[in-house]
Design a protein around this ligand. Structure first.
Ligand code: HEM
Length: 470
């Protein structure tokens, strides 16, 4: 016990001296942003994790302003909640700030995934990923996504379902369609199972010891890689009709590139497929869960959305056809509900960048290696930018938001390539849901759980019942 205490005290002394050395070595006349760095090493980690993260950000913002420093999980950080400053980090001065993730997360997704890169490799990959999620590519997937919804909803009738769990399954199936198209070789069930294990480990302590969720997830990641490598090998040999194989086909298309360094290796393809599925499903599931909650709590908005969707339903049934991409472009109110949900719930509360060199920024000095966090949620909840920010009010999007004030999908070269897909699957869901069913929230929970994306506590249990048509 005494030796344990001694080690603890020595660690504190070590970090105290390291700390003092850091401050005394700052270039003369350079001012760090205002804020508190908390305790040596621990910084303000305890304060962040022991309270609602929003109050952590807002109390500091009130005390120090829109740019402040803090120290979280062993890293000195600068947090930013001014739109123009966020734009500088993500867009105009993006070469000075690289994306950064904890090494455990990078290991789990795979080092070759586009999230972790800057420069030519990132832009080469990004062009391919983006082309797979452009409207012309998404159009083709409307009937398949619609079929998922038509199969899924009747199964929920008169049962208590956990909205988040069901939305995760739906969003996962949509992600699989976008990744593999109509490829029948894919062992979907096994991939799903491996993903579930991966997900648990991704959000757990990075302890690679047998029995821990992290260890199991790393094993699942290895198996996923083996499955995808086999599939990639088969696909390279087979000659299939073009335009049916989703993102995998697009990435394999790099084989046709003239420059040999543009051709992607098997592990580059596998890491990006795994990464895109990862990025696509929890985020979208979270947003769809919030949409259902907001519509339930705002009956006038729900009825207005239902009227808009009913108009489309009547037209479709007169023309004896299914929903098309063009129909989804004629849903202005439902689209505003999606926009307002993204603002209000702010699924990615912030993102991480790291200063690649010492940076002078709006009169503040940011040393090389410091993390810089644009706080999307604080910007989306600023009363100056969005009056009555806690009110769910889709009509605020009848006029375009102030430039750089609305960033649910980020901004700049790393902004989300999947935004249109997320919107499409939400609109298709809402079309069938609001024209055929109503739902009641059965929940004793209130508040938000961060896991890591914000979701209603308890996952929003609901009971769905069909509308009586007379
Ligand atoms: C409502 C759902 C979604 C939200 C709120 C969301 C949000 C975001 C945000 C904020 C970023 C930027 C992160 C940063 O700058 O560090 C991002 C990046 C990304 N998202 Fe999404 N996303 C969603 C759905 C999707 C979907 C459906 C896909 C599938 C294609 C996807 C794929 C990606 C990828 C691949 C990146 C990394 C892009 C890059 O680094 O170049 N996301 N997302």
């Amino acid at each position: 016990m005494i030796s344990f205490l001694l080690i603890f005290v020595l660690i504190i002394i070590y970090f105290f001296f390291k700390w003092s050395f850091f401050y005394s070595s700052l270039p003369k006349g350079k001012l760090l942003p205002p804020g508190s760095m908390g305790w040596p090493y621990f910084g303000e980690t305890l304060q962040l994790y022991s309270q609602n993260p929003n109050s952590f950000f807002s109390t500091r913002q009130q005390r120090y302003g829109d740019i402040f420093k803090t120290h979280i999980l062993g890293c000195p950080c600068v947090m930013i909640s001014r739109p123009e400053a966020a734009k500088m980090v993500l867009v105009t001065h993006d070469h000075l700030f690289k994306p950064t993730y904890p090494p455990s997360k990078e290991n789990m997704i795979g080092h070759n995934a586009l999230f972790f890169h800057q420069g030519p490799y990132h832009s080469h990959l990004r062009k391919m990923v983006q082309s797979s999620f452009l409207p012309c590519a998404l159009k083709e997937s409307v009937p398949r996504i619609e079929n998922l919804v038509i199969d899924m909803l009747p199964k929920f009738v008169d049962k208590t379902i956990n909205t988040l769990c069901e939305m995760k399954k739906y969003a996962f199936d949509v992600a699989i369609i976008s990744a593999f198209g109509i490829n029948t070789e894919v062992e979907i069930e096994q991939i799903k199972q491996l993903y579930r294990i991966l997900e648990k480990g991704y959000n757990s302590m990075p302890l690679n010891v047998p029995g821990t969720p992290f260890y199991k997830a790393m094993k699942a990641r290895k198996l996923l890689n083996e499955k995808l490598s086999k599939l990639i090998g088969k696909e390279r040999k087979s000659k299939k009709a073009a335009g049916t194989g989703g993102l995998l086909e697009v990435l394999l298309g790099s084989d046709q590139a003239e420059r040999s360094d543009s051709k992607l290796t098997d592990s580059q393809i596998a890491d990006n497929i795994i990464g895109v599925i990862f990025a696509a499903h929890d985020t979208t599931a979270s947003v769809m869960t919030w949409v259902l909650m907001y519509l339930h709590d705002n009956i006038d908005v729900l009825e207005a959305v239902a009227r808009e969707q009913e108009g489309i339903r009547c037209r479709i049934s007169e023309e004896n056809r299914n929903l098309t991409w063009d129909d989804t472009r004629l849903m202005p109110l439902t689209s505003r509900v999606f926009q307002e949900t993204l603002r209000s719930a702010s699924i990615l509360s912030f993102t991480f960048r790291e200063a690649v060199e010492d940076v002078e920024f709006e009169g503040h000095f940011i040393p090389k290696g410091w993390k810089v966090l644009p706080l999307f949620r604080s910007i989306h909840h600023s009363a100056a930018l969005f009056p009555h920010p806690s009110k769910f009010d889709p009509s605020r999007f009848e006029v375009a938001p102030r430039p750089n004030s609305y960033m649910p999908f980020g901004k700049g070269v790393h902004s989300c390539p999947g935004s249109e897909l997320a919107k499409l699957e939400t609109l298709i869901l809402l079309h069938h849901l609001t024209t055929t069913y109503r739902w009641k929230v059965i929940s004793s929970h209130s508040g938000t759980h961060y896991g890591p994306f914000p979701v209603p506590k308890g996952g929003l249990p609901i009971v769905l019942s069909p509308i009586c048509r007379t």
